[in-house]
Design a binder for this molecule. Structure first.
Ligand code: AHG
Ligand code: MN
Ligand code: MN
Length: 284
């Protein structure tokens, strides 16, 4: 597994440099989910593919930007699913973005996840690795990542990051989000899953939600590249991740680009989601 982490460190350095060397214009191509790709999405995907192909323990790679699974080493044992550039619509306005990696062994479902890693490109570049524990590393001037600390979620937080188009929220979802604000929670939503979940993780608690809505009944966020890796990270940090009713890591996608509604947070907030969604699962 260490060889995968080392490859991600190289990827992080190269993508950081690409923010300066590449432009952030949209290309003329769309990806498997139908998003118009930025030139930076394409460049980041190439960087990740190049570095991961060299890792002998990786059998296959699955990218948010590629339609199909790509076999890289027939003798490898892991499959890695990645989002090379998450929150890329924030790249042109120079807000934080990230890269997400889920390392699977023996199948493609939440329970086959063996480790999860993300990189956040903000004023600093940081790496978060979850295996048994969740550890954060920061990039120093010598281009090496240095261990900072372990990350743990408390039982209750103060931040509320509500995703999805409000116009299409179910009424009970809106009431739930409002009830957190009435309890004193503060709005923190940048529009990038990596910085928004990183924010809650580093502050020790809160809730990030991306529900199913009228326009997107299965939400927007993709299971293999985005939702499972963060569910793994949140659970290992002592938090929770559910789709409303079920534990995210008990889910299995039918197709590699499948999405799911998702809620990440500490115990108090996720108990509240279960209470509300337990009664009403269907979008009204
Ligand atoms: P990507 O840039 O990889 O397509 O992902 C963007 C995602 C995620 O980062 C974020 O949480 C969500 O899209 C934001 O969606 P809304 O603009 O609908 O809030
Ligand atoms: Mn993404
Ligand atoms: Mn992306």
């Amino acid at each position: 597994m260490i060889e995968v982490i080392e490859a991600v460190e190289k990827i992080a350095l190269r993508i950081r440099d690409a923010f300066i060397s590449e432009d952030v214009l949209y290309s003329h191509s769309i990806n498997a989910t139908g998003d118009v790709q930025l030139k930076l999405d394409i460049k980041s995907d190439l960087i990740v593919e190049e570095e991961l192909s060299k890792v002998f323990t990786l059998k296959e790679i699955i990218s948010e930007e590629k339609e199909k699974i790509l076999e890289v080493n027939p003798n490898g044992k892991y499959t890695i699913a990645y989002d090379p550039l998450d929150g890329s619509s924030l790249a042109d306005v120079n807000l934080s973005v990230g890269s997400i990696f889920g390392i699977y062994e023996g199948g493609l479902s939440g329970k086959h996840l063996k480790a999860a890693i993300y990189v956040i490109y903000g004023p600093r570049v940081e790496l978060v690795v979850a295996r048994e524990n969740v550890e954060i590393y920061k990039l120093k001037l010598n281009n090496k990542f240095h261990f900072l600390k372990e990350l743990h979620l408390k039982n209750k937080g103060k931040l509320n990051a509500p995703g999805g188009t409000q116009q299409y929220w179910a009424s009970y979802h809106k009431e739930m989000i409002d009830s957190f604000f009435k309890e004193g929670y503060r709005l923190r939503y940048s529009g990038g899953m990596v910085p928004d979940l990183h924010h809650i993780l580093l502050k020790g608690g809160g809730i990030f939600s991306y529900p199913g809505t009228d326009d997107k009944p299965n939400g927007k966020l993709r299971m293999l590249f985005e939702v499972f890796p963060f569910a793994y990270i949140y659970e290992k940090a002592g938090g929770y991740a559910i789709d409303g009713k079920n534990r995210i890591l008990d889910l299995t996608p039918k197709h590699i680009h499948d999405t799911t509604p998702c809620f990440f947070g500490s115990k108090y907030e996720i108990d509240k989601v279960k209470e509300v969604y337990g009664k009403r699962m269907k979008v009204e």
